[in-house]
Design a binder for this molecule. Sequence first.
Ligand code: ADP
Ligand code: MG
Length: 442
Amino acid sequence: MSDEHVSDAVVDNGNSVLRVRGVTRAFARQNGEPLKVLEAVDLNLGKGEIVGLLGRSGSGKSTLLRIVAGLIRATSGQVLYRGAALSGPAEGIAMVFQSFALFPWLTVLQNVEAGLEAQGLARDEMRERAESAIDLIGLNGFANAFPRELSGGMRQRVGFARALVTDPAILLMDEPFSALDVLTAETLRTDFLDLWTEGKLPIQSVLLVTHNIEEAVFMCDRILVFSSNPGRVTAEIKVPFKHPRNRLDPRFRQLVDDIYARMTVRTKTGAATVLSIGERLPEVSTNLLAGLLENLAAEPYRGRADMPAIASALALEVDELFPIAEALQMLGFAELISGDILLTPLGHEFAEAGMQARKHSFARQLLTRIPLAAHIKGVLDDRPGHRAPSVRFLSELEDHLSDSAAEQTLRAVTMWGRYAEIFTYDDEAEAFDLEIPESEQA
Ligand code: ADP
Ligand code: MG
């Protein structure tokens, strides 16, 4: 997949409400070295559009949104709004959070009024506006309820009302539906889109952050695909369908498929040198890995599956399927090609093998393809007592990864190494021990 569309995202169409220019953001790691989370991000929000920012978890989407909201600063680059560079929270930009972020000790009405606090309005006007936002979003009759008395869907409606009450020109949404169950999420999406298409919202432009491809295609006019490590816009996809959209329309399905393909990272295969010790590993259990291999080998896939199809057959979300598929690819059990996942001959063998043969195959792949696993084994081999504290490997990983990614990677290699019976992990001592085959034990 090429990057040829990227430039479109930054072309000034004369219709721009907000622009992000060359935004970079780094955080300090524990060792003091900077971790680059966003690199040279450009985007443009035009009047009358819903723009999606679609990326995997940890790719820096929330960080970018917080920068656009003026809540944190960019390390370099600018956000241009109303002809000026943003330097803090600005009037006219409001945000809806994934976690709702309500005050539990305030009623619905008071929570919504809190959105207006900064504007210094008279009491009566504040109340009036809060009440009309509450009506607009379908919270009538709940003004005096407390958040704990509401369902998740109603709580997020309060989150929307608190953002809408300010009459924002730009609405930023950070995965606002991802904490809700499927039906509730769909109702709220549809209600929001109805208000939007009927022109009942004064909003000029929406920026929706999501990891959910279907949601992006369902809601957005334009989707920016966001890469990880560091986060960057790598493709722009126009969604040519009118609202209300039909998820079952073959053209809708095709676009979802195309985006899956674009988001499928294809690592070079073959040479074991592709990965470094500091490569982030997806934290996926060996049960999930074996489960996907078995499903892929069986009917109706027989070794090749369309990613969206197998995800929905296994009731997995994109965010859950990708890491499993990626781990299988890293280990050489599967290949990801244009939105499909294919078993390799080794993957087929694994699916059909018994427990001991599986462990052997897994151990071989782990040691030849995951340098971190080989490194840990090498250290344990050399050490007297064949033991090494985990902190030693963690600090090595932190030279390459964020602290949380380093911990996650170490947990992944621990699960995999245990399963492969290469090493064991002593939770209490927080140390690795070499696994000594029974035949060699005294
Ligand atoms: P997303 O929203 O796409 O899941 P985030 O923007 O939340 O991603 O995080 C991106 C990366 O930045 C992660 O590796 C996260 O650990 C790191 N990060 C986010 N905020 C901070 C912070 N305040 N300090 C250090 N690292 C951070
Ligand atoms: Mg986020």
